[in-house]
Design a protein around this ligand. Structure first.
Ligand code: GDP
Ligand code: ZN
Length: 463
């Protein structure tokens, strides 16, 4: 941790690559203000008040060429994004122009920032903890309003606060035990044992609740992998098109989610659906590639949710039966499509085949009838008893957090069993301490360097 004391000055373009109305080049570090001053003509930045924005020009010190007309924000530590001195240069936004400013700063003593390094410094300087750092990334990648709200709340420290309070609870009884070891009396032990058991159960219950949110947290972060399946001509592409239009398509810049790849995201009432194998479903009228049962079955493998489309205007066919069978262990919603036509297949006909609690929803995708019920069913499936109706946005949003909290809970389970079996307190204390440590790791206490490096390297440049 001694590398934390002296920070060199880092620089990066913090706006997205490409042309824009303005671009921002950001500097952070001990010499941020001096480095900026070397290429700036205007006020003396060393003497302007903190948190001011200052008009001037960027000038190449070697040639005295004016590079751009700019506004320079000066923010002195500690009330900054990184807790270091921060400079933000607002320039005119051309690619060449912005890069030239960055190059000048690099030639004057700044170092090119690594991806996520600004946020990493905020973490290392203690401004945010690890769950908050993770939420910065979630915020960038949020696909729906709800996902964004969860990330914002986590950035505010909601999850951190909850965990810190639970840790405090554990710590209080650990402290108690320490006192008792100095005065080893049987009765004291009994009292402490009781207190420990109470606390362990209390904290454990909170952890169980928290762990239950992980599924929703994951879905909000990553999208719910959803396959639209059915035999040819039942209406799969029509459903896909409906989902992709109606302002539901989620435009994302996460690598590998562009239109020509296999994944597309849509927002159904706050549930981000990641549609799998849509390439198989997209087709044009002149080159009709009908997605068959085999391909449907393949898409199933990657799906957490299945939308199985059946044609209600025709009797059930063997392919339909096969797909009903193949999906019986999946979370699924069965759509009886083409209800605008005379019916040949009724929900009752499916009774023998659908014995689980899958929803069967009659729709006419052509006439956009029944699709509200479909959307409601999707939302209910995932947020039914969950966050949509509750006030709480405290969710476990990633695997790292989940893994550690699950370990903490397991340690508390040990504590509870041991206390119920009257195992000596100093042994119980070991598991209690483990729980305390694991929860500490969630917020980044004693986080290993590799973890920190790996985490922040996922950020984009300039963040
Ligand atoms: P896919 O092969 O499963 O992708 O099916 P399509 O979406 O391409 O639809 C096949 C045909 O059924 C097209 O001519 C659609 O216009 C038609 N279709 C889709 N949904 C409905 C519906 O709700 N009612 C009626 N009458 N026709 C539909
Ligand atoms: Zn189709």
């Amino acid at each position: 941790a001694n590398s934390i004391t002296a920070y060199d000055t880092i620089a990066a373009i913090s706006t997205p690559p490409g042309e824009g109305g303005i671009s921002i080049v950001r500097l952070s570090g001990d010499e941020a203000i001096q480095v900026a001053q070397r290429v700036f003509k205007g006020k003396d930045l060393a003497n302007v008040p903190t948190h001011t924005i200052n008009y001037g020009h960027i000038v190449d010190p070697a040639t005295q060429d004016v590079v751009d007309e700019v506004m320079v924000s000066v923010m002195r530590a500690p009330k900054t994004y990184t807790r270091e001195d921060v400079i933000e240069i607002n320039c005119h936004g051309g690619i060449v122009d912005t890069n030239r400013i960055l190059q000048l700063l690099l030639s004057q003593g700044a170092r090119m920032a690594e991806p996520g390094e600004f946020t990493k410094r905020a973490f290392l300087n203690g401004r945010i903890d690890l769950t908050q750092a993770e939420s910065v990334m979630d915020l960038i990648r949020a696909k729906t309003d709800k996902a964004m709200q969860v990330a914002v709340d986590q950035l505010d420290g909601n999850l951190s606060h909850l965990i810190k309070n639970l840790r405090q609870d554990i710590f209080s009884v650990l402290g108690q035990e320490e006192v008792n070891i100095d005065y080893p009396e049987y009765e004291m032990d009994e009292v402490t044992g009781k207190m420990m058991l109470e606390k362990a159960q209390e904290v454990r219950d909170h952890l169980v609740q928290l762990l239950k949110t992980a599924n929703q947290g994951k879905i909000l972060r990553e999208g719910l992998a959803t396959a639209i399946i059915g035999r040819p001509n039942v209406g799969k592409s029509s459903l896909l098109n409906y989902l992709l239009h109606e302002d539901k398509a989620i435009v994302t810049d996460v690598a590998g989610t562009t239109r020509d790849t296999l994944e597309e995201y849509v927002n159904v009432r706050g549930v981000p659906l990641k549609l799998v194998d849509t390439a198989g479903i997209h087709h044009t009228t002149d080159k009709v590639e009908k997605i068959g049962v085999e391909r449907s079955k393949k898409a199933l493998g990657q799906a957490d949710l299945v939308l199985l489309v059946l044609d209600a205007s025709a009797p059930l066919q063997s392919d339909d039966r096969e797909l009903l069978k193949a999906t019986q262990d999946k979370k699924r919603i069965i759509l009886l499509n083409k209800t605008d036509l005379p019916a040949a297949l009724h929900p009752e006909n499916l009774e023998a085949l659908v014995t689980d609690d899958s929803r069967i929803i009659p729709v006419s995708i052509l006439k956009t009838a029944g699709l509200d019920a479909l959307e409601a069913a999707i939302a209910k499936l995932f947020f039914g008893e969950g966050i949509e109706n509750s006030q709480s946005n405290v969710l476990v949003t990633n695997a790292r957090q989940y893994g550690l909290l699950a370990q903490a809970k397991a340690a508390l389970d040990e504590v509870i069993t041991a206390l119920q079996n009257e195992v000596p307190l100093d042994l119980v204390q070991i598991d209690m301490t483990t729980a305390w440590e694991k929860m500490g790791e969630v917020v980044g206490e004693n986080a290993p360097d590799e973890l920190i490096t790996q985490l922040f390297s996922q950020f984009c440049l300039g963040k």
